[in-house]
Design a protein around this ligand. Structure first.
Ligand SMILES: [Fe+2]
Ligand SMILES: [Fe+2]
Length: 177
């Protein structure tokens, strides 16, 4: 074991300046769904910083509403339209993962912050969603296959947007968030 004094790891800088120009801009439906993903991921991170029960409840309600609306627009519009373009198994698993998330959401809604396992359940829900989002966004995943398919994903984006607005008003009692 000779001298390994010269470490090169510090210079292992990522070439952050390099812009990836390979992928063209996502079509509207994919952009909207990805935006939802980023938004809710941010809220799960925020949740971890909270101490106050009222704030936790308010943020969880915001997360739950966003997830209900998002899973509904995927199940009503995006997934059915993608049958044929996306592998059947992958779509089936996505529905099952949505169901799992909904059950966990219902469990948390029946509790209140401060209850045993409340924070743990919110954390696990976040991890569960992260996993599901990966299945949608990863190379070769649902979105990638959809983009290669036949559907007009820009036109579908308009439908997703309109349905989302309806559902936000319906389920959220017209709250802005
Ligand atoms: Fe999604
Ligand atoms: Fe999904």
């Amino acid at each position: 074991m000779a001298t390994a004094a010269k470490s090169t790891t510090s210079s292992a800088r990522k070439s952050s300046g390099r812009k990836r120009r390979t992928a063209r801009r996502d079509p509207l439906s994919i952009r909207l769904l990805k935006q939802d993903h980023r938004e809710v991921e941010g809220w799960f991170d925020e949740y971890e910083q909270l101490e106050d029960d009222a704030e936790k409840l308010a943020l969880f309600n915001q997360i739950a509403l966003a997830l209900k609306v998002h899973t509904t627009i995927e199940e009503e519009i995006f997934y059915p339209e993608e049958r044929g373009d996306v592998e059947e198994d992958m779509l089936d698993e996505a529905y099952v993962e949505h169901d799992g998330a909904k059950k966990l959401i219902a469990e948390i809604e029946a509790m209140k912050p401060g209850d045993e396992f409340y924070d743990a359940k919110v954390k696990v829900l976040g991890e569960y969603i992260k996993h599901h989002v990966k299945e949608e966004e990863q190379p070769g995943g649902i979105f990638a296959q959809a983009k290669k398919g036949e559907e007009d994903l820009d036109a579908m984006g308009e439908r997703l947007k309109a349905r989302k607005e309806e559902l936000m008003a319906e389920l959220g009692g017209a709250k802005s968030h």
